[in-house]
Design a protein around this ligand. Structure first.
Ligand code: F6P
Length: 253
């Protein structure tokens, strides 16, 4: 029965919160690998979670990807209490324009009648370029805003899928494969133990800044992402809220 299913999911959420040692786990029924529309359900759950977490004025840092695009689609003005400002968490990192953080922030702002900022930065930068680029006033302003975000929302991806989806160089791809990376989040590639084995050199939020963000929502579903989710969560801040689906959750238990 429906009631039994709901009870089962509730129990799985509680078990996973304990096992993964994070603040909350929210599971939507189904597996987004087999039902692409489930991404919208993940988006809806995220929108509701944002509404309950955020009161008053907030800066929200956002990452790219198709899941974040689905979150953007499900946002509505009535979830906002106060004023929101959306900022991209990291520079381009090689995604299609529609899946880039800049585009998603602008969509989220449109859908909630809020404001957004653009991070004018290339996907990958050299060390020299990095040093000069962070001095640019427009970029620096966004970097400061990212640091004062009260919420970060981000996706998690399978490492090889992400390396292939971006135009990763042959040598970096080799490095990622050799290091047995299984997961990726905001430009960092993780192995099964949650160790960073490669990072895309771009500007924006760094892994070490994550613990200072009061609220973090990771949204990722589909059984094919379970290894990636489990790897990343080994090092994720305890304040993390995971919004996932049954397909991924079953493999995480
Ligand atoms: O490239 C941005 C990004 O957020 C990655 O960090 C993450 O691995 C990926 O997108 C998730 O993409 P999707 O939601 O399309 O699986």
């Amino acid at each position: 029965s429906v009631m039994r299913e709901v009870a089962g999911i509730n129990q799985m959420e509680k078990e996973l919160e304990k096992k993964l040692q994070i603040k909350r786990v929210i599971i939507v029924a189904g597996d987004s690998d087999h039902s692409p529309w489930l991404k919208k359900e993940l988006g809806l759950a995220t929108a509701n979670c944002m509404k309950s977490l955020l009161k008053g004025n907030n800066i929200i840092a956002v990452n790219g990807g198709t899941t974040m695009a689905a979150v953007a689609e499900m946002l509505t003005p009535n979830i906002v209490d106060g004023e929101w400002l959306f900022v991209p968490a990291r520079g381009g990192i090689g995604e299609d324009v529609k899946n880039q953080a800049n585009t998603i922030c602008s969509m989220m702002a449109d859908r909630t009648a809020s404001k957004h900022r653009v991070l004018y930065a290339p996907d990958e930068v050299s060390k020299e370029m990095y040093k000069s680029i962070v001095k640019d006033a427009r970029i620096n302003e966004v970097l400061q805003l990212i640091k004062s975000a009260s919420l970060l929302i981000h996706g998690i991806g399978d490492a090889i899928t992400m390396a292939e989806r971006r135009s990763t160089s042959a040598s970096d791809l080799e490095k990622i494969v050799q290091a047995e990376a299984v997961g990726e989040a905001f430009g960092y590639y993780f192995n099964e133990d949650g160790e960073v084995v490669h990072k895309v050199q771009t500007i924006g939020l760094r892994l070490e800044n994550l613990s200072t963000v009061p609220n973090v929502i990771a949204v990722a579903g589909g059984s094919s992402k379970s290894k990636a989710i489990s790897a990343y969560l080994k090092k994720a801040p305890p304040s993390t809220i995971l919004i996932t689906d049954e397909g991924a959750a079953k493999n995480l238990i």
